[in-house]
Design a protein around this ligand. Sequence first.
Ligand code: NCD
Length: 267
Amino acid sequence: MDILPKLNKILINVFLESSTRTSISFDTAMYKLGVNVITFNKDISSINKGETLEDTINTLSMMGDIMVIRTPEKHLVDKIENIVDIPIINGGDGNGEHPTQALLDYYTIYKYHKNKLKDNNINILIIGDLDDSRTIHSLVYLLEIMGINNITFFPYIGKNSKNIYDKYTVIDNFDDINHNMIDVVYITRQQKEREIEENNEHNNFVLDVKKCSKFDTECIFLHPLPRNNELSIELDKDRRSVYFEQIKNGINVRMAILYELLKPKNL
Ligand code: NCD
């Protein structure tokens, strides 16, 4: 990284919804690039005086060079993009998309299964909340762009979107999986905070050592984290579990994204 010219820029981190990994990962990526970060704190901002989010964002865009926004509102980032002149990165919008997570997920898969990805000979099992998991939405979108279509879904919860995934294999029973074929298992938590009261399903599914014993030795297990009860902590000791490594990979990926967006025009 020493060969990169110093960027005299400011990132403004606007997290209007809880975050541990994404917000701190953007901070870390910026610090590693030698760039400054301002963290917007909505609780002590003029939003409390009735200022609209649009005016708030517009104001912040006058002070920073780039902005990351996480919001509970789907499509908000698309709307904001049209009112400001600086690059806006979607850090997760409700049950919409989470594109930088998809890139780091893909990069993690690439590190382990480069050749299989290249030959489009990779089988990915996605387990989780198809309706509300934005990381699943963005990963599937990215895999589609990359021409990867051997995807199997096991929606242990959130089955309303099942038909959207019709062109892939969707299974109702975990035992129907052809374990030997799977190269990547991607699991997410139930997005409880997005469910409407009367729709409150309960998830009993747990990916554990026993279920994973049937997968190949080269198969990797990914999770964007945070986890609830769907991913057993006993699996942490399994060398195929790469969900904490994903966090490290995320820093590199975000450094690359930020550098690309902030670098001098002639580079
Ligand atoms: C995810 C998110 O916020 O969508 N977390 C993350 O960014 N690593 C996943 C989740 O909250 O379940």
